[in-house]
Design a binder for this molecule. Structure first.
Ligand SMILES: [Zn+2]
Ligand SMILES: [Zn+2]
Length: 381
């Protein structure tokens, strides 16, 4: 692997910035200090920027007179959990840590800004989008609602995640679906409460609840083709408070993942069918609230990412046959508006998993990410 020389030279400086970001994690849309650091660095490099969404920022770098625009997006937010690492750069904020590597994503895009501002050897516009609120806070939607795609004509957008379980030095590119959709549902089952000794004068909701849970479990095996992937998980059941009483109402919560929009439709239809069926059978009232939280992240131009990755890390280090992940990523929303590709860059085979209290972004990923981005720019601009 031969990284671009100017990028390799930036690695140590930006690893220091990365560790500083790791020490001061911020949650959700409240990425105030992180954005302030980004802006001060962009000022230093003489790069223009605009606020977008909620505590997100987009840097705009133009060179030549080309009319094509390529965007690169990273996330910045941390997680509300206690860090168990004991290294020097561990979190200084109680109950908050960078357990998903967004500190590294952010530092690498800053390094890319430094690299591009020094070079400006392309023809067109590069946008560097630093996004808040990826971890379930709808940061991407806030940016889209802030007219991002009206303010900027984006021809392509690229992004990456540091990926545990993939060797350092490797880049994985998925042809099509890369990360799954996420849907959440809440089912209310309402009967009639009463004494546990006299169920015949009540209308107890639990029999319907039991059938609903069994019915939900059967959707993947009976309704989804066997070559497709999907998960339906019941995550919470709430109901009842007495040892000798039947409650009025029980509420079930659940979570759905798929890597195919048609399968997503099939699952939603069948959740509805299972709930309606149980309601009719037991004469209880049912109400389903089904929310599509994230779409499937589909890579529309994997071939561009593959050739850039091959130049960045060598053909032998580009992996194109990894299973897509059943975790969701809100970068998926951007792919509804423009072409692009989201890749994984190896955080190491022995890296703790994402969202683990001992996770840490591997600083070796940073120059690889910048080299990959630089190769994309060379190819498209
Ligand atoms: Zn995460
Ligand atoms: Zn993440």
């Amino acid at each position: 692997m031969a990284l671009i020389e100017d990028v390799a030279a930036l690695a140590e400086e930006f690893a220091v910035i990365r560790r500083n970001l790791h020490r001061k994690p911020e949650i959700g849309l409240d990425t105030v200090e992180t954005v302030s650091l980004i802006k001060s660095k962009l000022d230093e490099y003489g790069i223009e920027y605009e606020d977008v969404g909620v505590n997100s920022v987009v840097a705009v770098i133009r060179a030549g007179d080309g009319d094509r625009t390529v965007a690169f997006r990273v996330d910045m937010d941390a997680l509300p959990m206690e860090e168990e690492n004991e290294f020097e750069h561990r979190s200084t904020v109680e109950g908050c840590m960078h357990a998903c590597g967004h500190d590294g994503h952010c530092a690498s895009l800053l390094a890319f800004a430094a690299y591009l501002s020094a070079k400006r050897d392309f023809n067109g516009t590069v946008l560097l989008l630093f996004q808040s609120g990826e971890e379930g806070y709808e940061g991407a939607l806030r940016i889209i609602e802030d007219s991002f795609f009206d303010r900027f004509k984006v021809d392509y957008m690229f992004g990456y995640h540091a990926w545990p379980g993939l060797e350092t030095g490797r880049i994985a590119v998925h042809n099509g679906a890369c990360m799954s959709s996420e849907d959440r549902f809440q089912i209310s089952v309402t009967g009639k409460s009463g004494h546990a000794s006299m169920p015949h004068v009540c209308n107890e909701p639990f029999a319907a609840v039991a059938d609903i849970i069994k019915g939900l479990q059967s959707i993947i095996v009976r309704r989804v083709p066997s070559n497709e992937r999907g998960v339906v998980s019941v995550t919470q059941v709430h109901g009842g408070s007495l040892p000798n009483g039947i409650p009025d109402k029980v509420v079930i919560h659940g979570n759905v993942r798929t890597c195919n929009e048609k399968v997503q439709d099939t699952i939603e239809e069948n959740v509805d069918r299972v709930v309606e069926g149980a309601g009719g059978m037991y004469s209880v009232e049912t109400e389903l609230n089904y929310v599509r939280k994230h779409p499937v992240l589909v890579n529309s131009v994997p071939e561009i990412a593959v050739s850039a990755a091959e130049r960045a890390v060598g053909v032998e280090n580009v992996v194109t046959d990894m299973e897509s992940s059943m975790a969701a990523e809100d970068y998926a929303f951007f792919m509804k508006y423009t072409k692009g590709c989201y890749v994984w860059i190896g955080n190491g085979l022995d890296s703790p998993p994402l969202h683990n209290s001992r996770f840490d972004y591997n600083d070796e990923v940073l120059p690889i990410a910048v080299s990959f981005f630089a190769e994309v720019v060379k190819e498209l601009l």
